[in-house]
Design a protein around this ligand. Structure first.
Ligand code: ZN
Length: 257
């Protein structure tokens, strides 16, 4: 298989930014790689929508899916949303197919660190004080044959039913595997609800935060999507695109836009 090429991803994202009046800027450096933020402002006062990918290096379909979505689907949303993206939060891992950063850290546990790794510091700096109508964190699960999604929400409506219906057109949903914790049912991770607690209060009880837990502080609605690493890359890329599309149309409807 061809090795993922970070420069190629960035070159193509630069073309997207140029085509649509956006900005692709270096906002940090990690393990010898520049870290990028893509900003595509919509109309004045447009709601912000966030996409992030590639925090785990061995999940190439996330960054490739985000790139494919940018190249093929993005244009039609720019009159509605202000779109921001972190296209690849672990470039060192992305090029090597390794989950962790060069120091062996799982970056997706570091969002509460006092002195976090550079990619995490970048996300916190750029999103601080902003408000996102929705944030989609794009992942893959290398051991799975089917897609699944995490959605924790204090008040509905949930996007998961529409999302899973759409994803099922592209490939299999996960019906769970032996020993899953928490269990997965028809593509949805079923998580015990924190009784009487807000998501922010729940996060406060954890010492290590994945990106989603951080995002509860800046986004109204957060989902984490996991495409199945045991399916071909083109299927996973189509699933990631479909997930972004469904999340955007859902948010457009929810906001009455
Ligand atoms: Zn992951």
């Amino acid at each position: 298989m061809r090795r993922p090429d970070y420069d190629d991803v960035i070159e193509r994202l630069q073309a997207v930014a140029d085509d649509y009046g956006g900005q692709l800027t270096v906002q940090g450096e990690a393990d010898g790689y520049p870290l990028y933020h893509l900003d595509l402002p919509g109309p004045e006062g447009a709601p912000h929508f966030l996409l992030s990918a590639g925090i785990h290096g061995e999940e190439p379909g996330a960054t490739s899916g985000l790139l494919a979505w940018c190249e093929r689907d993005l244009a039609k949303w720019l009159h509605i949303f202000h779109i921001e993206a972190f296209p690849c939060l672990n470039p060192w891992g992305f090029e090597r197919g390794i989950r962790y950063d060069a120091e062996g850290r799982d970056l997706n546990r570091r969002f509460r660190d006092e002195t976090p790794p550079p990619a995490i510091q970048m996300v916190r700096d750029i999103t601080a004080g902003k408000h996102f109508a929705m944030a989609v964190d794009m992942h893959e699960d290398c051991d799975y044959y089917g897609f699944y999604v995490y959605e924790r929400l204090e008040h509905g409506p949930h996007v998961a039913p529409a999302l899973l219906q759409r994803i099922a057109l592209e490939g299999p949903l996960s019906y769970g595997e032996e020993g899953d914790d928490p269990p997965i049912e028809q593509g949805l991770v079923t998580m015990a609800w924190p009784q009487g607690k807000s998501l922010v209060e729940m996060a406060a009880e954890r010492s290590q935060w994945p990106l989603a837990f951080y995002l509860y502080h800046v986004a109204e609605h957060v989902i984490t999507v996991e495409t199945p690493g045991r399916q071909p890359l083109d299927v996973r890329v189509r699933m990631q695109r479909a997930a972004a599309e469904t999340a955007l149309s859902f948010t457009q409807r929810r906001l009455g836009l």
